[in-house]
Design a protein around this ligand. Structure first.
Ligand code: G3I
Length: 365
């Protein structure tokens, strides 16, 4: 489904008709219908392996999500494992699923300091060859031209703790090889490869009511202002939205002010990787689920109150497969599952799902 930047939001108005007619009238309609009814989107990160092997997972993703993103399959270590070898099969499988289920698909991510193949990490710092950046973007965005409606062109280029005045991530193969200009080069290249795709800068840890998160917000805004002042073709900011319910303070006012600052630059905003880590929380699952739902409600209420925020994707959809349970920083020491996504391990809707529905339902049309 080819969607120009201009049609991105208008397309969602059609979805309830599309889904309303075909979807069984459920006692509680799926997230994608609720979202599109309020001119917003809901989607989820998916994995090919699970889509192909888990029937229940496939059913929930097909029913609830209006847009998909690959959790790992569209990263360079998967797409270009060797210098002259591209592997599109896993991405193509997700794209086919999306097309079969009237879903859009977005790409994550073309340029990142992580998830790069070994050969690239070694070669780029020696040759500093810009074609290693532009050639890849041309190949990938060109192949999916008109099929992926948006791309995270550059991901996590900010790291104030690296000590640069700009707040940019100095410990990145791209910065070390090409300097800050890699960012604008990437966006110009992506625009040329698919003029109709929406181009995102995607960033992490922008929500905390803590000093180090404020430094990230300031550095992100400075970067966006610089890019826009140079007429770099950037359409939107992706705010990852990996919240930590018990470890990082959150403030509605701080988050709201940041969203307003981004919107004042003329950018759209998408919550691109939403989940709520419950590590460090109470042993009582019912209490944790309630706390996660409450934070979800607060966060999305603020986000969806802004016309510039077009929606939210969760980073996965079920606790059964969440990265939070695999990650050394967020997994539970006793091995119990993190509960940071809208569906539990048995694919049952959780209070977080209810909170998301409520936030979408309250969204001004
Ligand atoms: O597929 C291989 C498997 O064959 C192998 O046996 C296994 C053992 O190491 O690794 C598997 O690959 C792992 C891949 O996830 C698939 O599970 C990689 O090692 C692992 O590094 C990779 O982690 C992903 C990470 O990004 C790095 O790409 C996480 O699943 C994914 O949730 C995470 O997502 C990031 C976003 O891209 C950016 N924002 C933060 C977010 C969370 O870290």
């Amino acid at each position: 489904m080819q969607l120009g930047r201009r049609d991105f939001l208008r397309s969602w108005a059609a979805l309830p008709v599309l889904i309303g007619k075909s979807a069984r009238a459920e006692s509680s309609e799926p997230l994608r219908v609720r979202a599109s009814r309020h001119n917003r989107i809901y989607g989820a990160a998916v994995c090919t392996e699970q889509l192909l092997s888990d029937v229940e997972y496939r059913k929930v993703i097909g029913r609830e999500a209006g847009i998909l993103v690959a959790e790992g399959e569209t990263k360079r270590n998967v797409l270009q494992p060797q210098r002259n070898v591209f592997n599109f099969s896993r991405t193509d499988a997700i794209l086919k699923f999306a097309q079969d289920n009237d879903q859009l698909m977005r790409g994550h991510t073309l340029v990142w300091h992580r998830a790069n193949p070994k050969w690239l990490n070694e070669e780029i710092v020696v040759t500093r060859d810009e074609k290693l950046l532009t050639g890849y973007i041309e190949a990938i965005v060109g192949r999916y031209r008109g099929q992926l409606n948006s791309w995270d062109v550059v991901n996590e280029a900010i790291e104030p703790d690296d000590g640069l005045v700009s707040g940019l991530r100095q410990q990145s193969i791209w910065f070390r090889a090409l300097g800050e200009s890699y960012i604008e080069t990437a966006f110009h290249c992506a625009r040329a490869a698919d003029p109709d795709a929406s181009l995102y800068y995607n960033e992490a840890n922008l929500e905390g009511d803590v000093a180090w998160s404020e430094r990230r917000r300031r550095a992100t805004l400075k970067l966006l202002e610089r890019l826009i002042s140079k007429n770099v073709p950037i359409d939107a900011l992706g705010i990852q939205g990996h919240l930590k319910a018990y470890r990082v303070k959150y403030s509605d006012e701080v988050f709201s002010r940041f969203l307003d600052d981004v919107a004042s630059l003329g950018l759209r905003i998408l919550i691109t990787e939403f989940d709520v880590a419950d590590a460090g929380g109470p042993e009582d699952r019912v209490q944790r689920d309630a706390d996660v739902a409450s934070l979800t409600h607060r966060y999305l209420d603020v986000a969806f109150s802004k016309p510039s925020v077009i929606g939210c994707l969760t980073w996965g959809i079920t606790d059964k497969y969440s990265w939070l349970s695999r990650d050394e920083h967020y997994r539970w020491p006793d091995g119990q599952s993190s509960r940071g996504l809208p569906f539990d391990q048995e694919f049952k809707r959780k209070p977080m799902w209810d909170a998301m529905v409520s936030a979408y339902d309250k969204t001004p049309i």
